[in-house]
Design a protein around this ligand. Structure first.
Ligand code: NAP
Length: 237
């Protein structure tokens, strides 16, 4: 469901789609593009999007919803930039991980983004840019997150292939954050949070704006495709 009263943007504005713009990293990504004067269509699941962002209710696990999203975006013209910043965790040791813990994480973090990119491939402008948010866990692994790290590692393999298939049409890259101060990070217990902080060479977690700035920069870069850019306080060097 679209929100009303879209913000006024300059004629030079690009059409930017941000999946998962209701909170956390995606909300700051959406606000960052809006602050640069672009028209931002941000998705949420009922809780709305930041000021200056056109909200669209969307669940990435619903296969039928992707066409509706791009049809809504098409009302403003072709998409120039697509960012997928949605994601979930359902952590537990593997032997206790339920089928739904596995299915929901793979559906949300891997299958959904694949469907979004497949739709975007025919809707994005020539020279457009797609940025997916993965995690350092894809490379490092993380105890209790077998489902999550598998989903993010899958995303990275997917991007390496899509980048080659569509190199002459659009760029597609990944930004891989380390621990970042959002609801997802805060949901980890105090002990786990302290361990993540101490385990990061910079001895602190990232702020959403520090990830959003890199997403913005990656989306603007002109000769990079198929890359994974870690933003992790030194966890990945
Ligand atoms: N925070 C970290 O420490 C960290 C580290 C590495 C990677 N990441 C990655 O960064 C990305 C953003 O995470 P975050 O920390 O900003 O998380 P967050 O604060 O928990 O926000 C998650 C976002 O994803 C959306 N979302 C969840 N399930 C969805 C679905 N089925 N359909 C559409 N949207 C859905 C949420 O929408 P609702 O508001 O409707 O729930 C929300 O906008 C994720 O891909 C995450 O894996 C985060």
């Amino acid at each position: 469901m679209p929100s009303t009263n879209p913000p006024v943007v300059p004629d030079s504005a690009k059409n930017v789609v941000v999946i998962g713009a209701s909170r956390g990293i995606g909300a700051v990504v959406a606000s960052t593009f809006a602050s640069h004067g672009h028209r931002v269509i941000g998705t949420h699941r009922g809780s709305g999007t930041p000021d200056g962002v056109i909200g669209f209710e969307f669940d990435i696990t619903d296969p039928g919803a992707v066409a509706g999203l791009f049809s809504f975006v098409g009302g403003f013209g072709r998409a120039d930039v697509v960012v997928v910043a949605s994601g979930i965790t359902r952590d537990s040791p593997l032997v206790r991980m339920s089928d739904s813990d596995i299915d929901e994480v793979i559906a949300t973090n891997l299958v959904g983004p694949m469907r979004v990119v497949r739709a975007a491939a025919s809707k994005i402008v020539r020279g457009g840019s797609i940025v997916l948010v993965s995690s350092v866990g894809a490379r490092l692994g993380h105890v209790g997150q077998a489902n999550y790290t598998a989903s993010k590692a899958g995303l990275e393999g997917f991007v390496r292939t899509v980048a080659q298939e569509f190199a002459s049409k659009f760029r597609i890259n990944i930004v891989a954050p380390g621990p970042t101060r959002t609801d997802m990070f805060l949901a980890a217990g105090a002990e786990a949070r302290a361990a993540m902080e101490q385990g990061t060479p910079m001895r602190r977690v990232g702020e959403p704006v520090e990830i959003a700035d890199v997403v913005y920069w990656v989306s603007q870069s002109t000769y990079m495709t198929g890359a994974t850019v870690p933003v992790s306080g030194g966890l990945i060097v």
